[in-house]
Design a protein around this ligand. Structure first.
Ligand code: 13P
Ligand code: SF4
Length: 300
């Protein structure tokens, strides 16, 4: 039996669902029951009937799944797969930030720890941050943590008073405007799709700013034949699967090292040994759940 067959057999025996982020290795996306962006994966985790959720992504994603589905066993194949951006704000730092701005609302990007979510009024993802913030009371100042780039993008789009935390995603921060200019010179006809985690001068060169799932949807509906893709390279697999007749040019080869820790052998070991379980104490989870449920109530 090959490794994928072994995973399939165990998945059925244990009534497990395998969720994979668009950035993990293609062979892991291939064996998943569902692959998608942070928002889509959170929705799947909240709705699943499975007994085990095997989360092929980074730690905050598995934690979010556990908060939304506390009765399920949530597993991550490699517990060291973290998110450097999520680590850029701690709960005590957020408490101090909130004390400095007592009449504000806190909107927290889902790329954050459970403790930080528990202190937040709302969570959001890149797929619904603009929509969510547009509907908040206009007289309120908004604290946006931890991503300064997504926060600035939301500020540009909504015109709201947003004070950003100084965090960022290292792989997206490395997608500089110089790289995009080079690619545009090589492929002048290509549509530039960039993730809003990219820095401002890169965002300015993009035709479209989209979450990873939105990139797949946009490319499949577009009449364009060629796209420059400014986000983590794992997305190229999903884009090419969905649109085999279109050309996707990776803006930069810079990978997210944490996402790449989720290998097929690690997925198999995780299912075999039911390791590594991710759970959140209910005292924290109940507060974080409120902010996450507000996130899930925003369409799409
Ligand atoms: P999305 O899939 O929500 O666009 O996520 C980007 C990301 O960096 C996840 O870690
Ligand atoms: Fe975190 Fe960036 Fe990796 Fe996403 S791509 S997990 S935001 S470091």
């Amino acid at each position: 039996m090959n490794i994928a067959d072994k995973i399939n057999k165990l998945r059925q025996e244990k009534n497990a669902v395998i969720l994979a982020h668009n950035y993990v290795q293609p062979e892991v996306q291939q064996i998943s029951d569902y692959s998608g962006d942070s928002l889509g994966l959170s929705r799947k985790a909240a709705d699943t009937q499975a007994d085990i959720i095997l989360f092929c992504g980074v730690h905050f994603m598995a934690e979010t799944a556990s908060i939304l589905s506390p009765q399920k066993k949530v597993l991550i194949p490699d517990p060291s797969a973290g998110c450097p951006m999520a680590d850029m704000v701690t709960a005590s730092q957020l408490e101090d930030f909130q004390k400095q701005h007592p009449n504000s609302l806190t909107v927290t990007y889902v790329n954050s720890s459970a403790e930080v979510k528990a202190l937040s009024d709302y969570c959001c993802t890149s797929g619904n941050a603009v929509e969510l913030v547009s509907n908040l009371p206009e007289d309120k100042e908004i604290l946006f943590v931890p991503d300064r780039n997504l926060g600035a993008y939301v500020r540009e789009q909504t015109g709201r008073k947003i004070i950003t935390w100084d965090g960022c995603c290292p792989p997206h921060e490395d997608m500089t405007s110089e790289i995009i200019k080079d690619r545009k010179q090589q492929y002048p006809e290509a549509v530039v799709m960039a993730h809003p985690e990219c820095p401002e001068d890169t965002r300015e060169l993009a035709d479209k700013l989209l979450s990873t799932a939105q990139m797949i949807q946009y490319a499949s509906e577009s009449t364009a034949a060629q796209f420059i893709v400014a986000t983590e390279p794992g997305i190229i697999y999903a884009l090419s699967e969905k649109c085999p007749d279109k050309e996707f040019i990776q803006a930069s080869p810079r990978i997210c090292f944490d996402m790449k820790k989720i290998t097929l052998p690690a997925v198999l070991r995780s299912l075999e040994n039911e390791q590594f379980e991710v759970s959140v104490p209910e005292s924290t989870a109940s507060k974080a759940r409120k902010a996450l449920e507000r996130m899930l109530s925003v369409l799409p």
